[in-house]
Design a protein around this ligand. Structure first.
Ligand code: ADP
Length: 425
C-alpha cells in the first residue's frame, strides 16, 4: 500500500509517500518513495522542495497563500508525470493518507479513521492549538477535495501516547474546576516519536514492550522528554501546549508564570505579545541573540561567543535536571535514549546532558559518543554503566504510515474504530 503522510505545521507542509505492507511493518523495512516540504506558507516567497527517492527533484520559490495551495502544488507535482516516483504516476496510485494531528484532546486517545464526525471533532479542538490544528483540518479537507471524498484518511494524534498519564502527572495545581471547565491539563506532544522509539528500543534490546523502562529525550526545534515505564508514558515535559519543559530553539520552556502578569504591566505586552515572546523569541535564539539552530549555537560557542555558550549550557542543564527527576519518579531506568535532530546528531549535547549523572549509574563513553555514525542507532554508554545510553533515530512518518495501514486494513476486515487495538498501545 502507498500511503501519503502529511504533516501540516503553522507555516509548513511536510510529506512523504511511504510504501508499506504487513511484511515490511514486521521487518521495519518500509520504503520512502518520495518526500518534500513547503515552507513560509502564506507568503509570496514560499519555498518548496520535492523529490522522488534517489532523484534530484525540484525546488524553488513561489507564492503559496495557504496550506490548501501548498498541498495542491504537491499534488500537481505528483500528477505531472515528471516526478519519477517508483510505482506512483498519479494520485490514483496512493491508497490512503495519514495525518499528523497536534491535538486529540481527551476524546481521541488513539489513531482514528477520519469521517465527518471525526473531522468535526478535530476542528472542535482548534482552540487548543490554533496555529497547527487549523492547517491540519485544511490538509484533511484538501485531500478530500483533490483525491476524492472517499479516500481513506487516518488521524494520528501527537499526544495519544501520553493518555496513559495519571492525574498526578497531568493535572496542574490550579483550582480543579479549571480542568473541568477548560480542560486545562498536561497533554504532552511528540507522542508518535516516543511510540516509534519505544518499539525500536524494545526490538533492538530484545526487551518485551511491557518491560521497557526508559527516558527518551526528543531534541529537535521543539524538544521534550518522556518517562516510559512498562512501555507506557508515565510523564512528559511538554504540557497544555508544546511550550512547557525544555529550553528549545525559540521557546523558553519552564518559566515562573508570574513573569507574565509582570510583563503585561511593565512591558506593555498583551496575550499575543507574550505568546510570541515565549514561543518565537526565546530559547536558544533569545539567550544567544544569534540563532535557534543548534548547529550555529555549537559553532559559535566553540569559537568563543559567550551567549551562545550560555544558551548551550542552559539547554543541556535543563536536560540533566529532567533526566534526574524522571529517573527518581520512575524508580530508575534501563536506559536514556536520545532522538530528534539534535539528539541524533550532537555528541556535544549528549555528553553535556549526561555530565554528573555517573552518581546515578549513567556513564557515557565519550569515544563511542563521538564516533557513532550519524543516522544509526547505538549504545554509547561505558560497558560498566548501570544504565545504558542509546541513540535511536526517530521516524514519525513511518509510525503514521503503520497506523494508517493497520486501521485501514482492520476497517476493511469489518472492524469498527472502537474495536481497533493499536500494536503496543
Ligand atoms: P523538528 O523539531 O523541526 O522536526 P529536527 O528534529 O529536524 O527538528 O531537529 C532540528 C534541530 O537539529 C536543529 O536545531 C538543528 O540544528 C539540529 N541539528 C541537526 N543536525 C545537527 C548536528 N549535526 N549537530 C547539532 N545539531 C544538529
Amino acid at each position: 500500500m502507498n500511503i501519503l503522510v502529511l504533516n501540516c505545521g503553522s507555516s509548513t507542509v511536510k510529506f512523504q509517500i511511504i510504501q508499506t505492507d504487513l511484511e515490511m511493518m514486521k521487518n521495519d523495512s518500509e520504503r520512502c518513495l518520495a518526500s518534500g516540504n513547503c515552507e513560509k506558507i502564506g507568503s509570496e516567497q514560499a519555498l518548496y522542495g520535492m523529490r522522488a527517492t534517489g532523484s534530484e527533484g525540484i525546488k524553488g520559490v513561489r507564492p503559496l497563500r495557504d496550506h490548501r495551495e501548498a498541498i495542491c502544488a504537491i499534488f500537481d507535482w505528483i500528477n505531472s508525470g515528471q516526478a519519477g516516483i517508483e510505482g506512483v504516476s498519479s494520485l490514483k496510485d496512493i491508497q490512503a493518507v495519514g495525518h499528523r494531528i497536534l491535538h486529540g484532546g481527551e476524546r481521541f486517545t488513539k489513531s482514528t479513521l477520519i469521517d465527518d464526525q471525526v473531522l468535526q471533532g478535530i476542528s472542535d479542538l482548534i482552540p487548543l492549538g490554533p496555529l497547527h490544528q487549523r492547517p491540519q483540518v485544511m490538509g484533511i479537507q484538501a485531500c478530500r477535495e483533490f483525491m476524492g471524498h472517499d479516500i481513506p484518511q487516518v488521524a494520528v494524534f501527537d499526544p495519544s501516547f501520553h493518555t496513559t498519564m495519571r492525574p498526578i502527572n497531568y493535572l496542574y495545581a490550579l483550582p480543579y474546576e479549571y480542568y473541568e471547565r477548560y480542560q486545562i491539563r498536561r497533554y504532552g506532544f511528540h507522542g508518535t516519536s516516543y511510540r516509534y522509539v519505544t518499539q525500536k528500543y524494545a526490538a533492538l534490546t530484545n526487551t518485551p514492550i511491557d518491560k521497557v523502562n526508559i527516558i527518551i529525550l526528543h531534541l529537535g526545534n521543539g524538544s521534550s522528554v518522556c518517562a516510559v515505564k512498562e512501555g507506557k508514558c508515565l510523564d512528559t515535559s511538554m504540557g497544555f501546549t508544546p511550550l512547557e519543559g525544555l529550553v528549545m530553539g525559540t521557546r523558553c520552556g519552564d518559566l515562573d508564570a508570574s513573569i507574565l502578569p509582570f510583563l503585561m504591566e511593565h512591558a506593555q505586552l498583551d496575550g499575543k505579545g507574550l505568546d510570541d515572546l515565549m514561543n518565537k523569541k526565546s530559547g536558544l535564539l533569545g539567550i544567544s541573540g544569534l540563532s535557534s539552530d543548534m548547529r550555529d549555537i555549537e559553532e559559535a560557542a566553540v569559537s568563543g561567543h559567550e551567549r551562545a555558550k550560555l544558551a548551550l549550557d542552559m539547554f543541556c542543564l535543563r536536560l540533566t535536571k529532567y533526566i534526574g527527576s524522571y529517573f527518581a519518579e520512575m524508580h530508575g531506568a534501563q536506559a536514556i535514549v536520545f532522538t530528534g535532530g539534535i539528539g541524533q546528531n550532537s555528541p556535544i549535547v549528549r555528553a553535556q546532558a549526561c555530565e554528573g549523572l555517573e552518581c546515578m549509574g549513567i556513564d557515557i563513553d565519550l569515544a563511542l559518543n563521538d564516533s557513532l555514525k550519524r543516522g544509526t542507532a547505538g549504545d554509547i554508554a561505558r560497558a560498566d554503566s548501570r544504565v545504558k545510553i542509546w541513540v535511536i533515530p526517530t521516524n514519525e512518518e513511518v509510525m503514521i504510515a503503520r497506523d494508517t495501514f493497520t486501521i485501514i486494513r482492520n476497517a476493511e476486515c469489518g472492524m469498527r474504530n472502537s474495536e481497533f487495538v493499536m500494536r503496543n498501545a
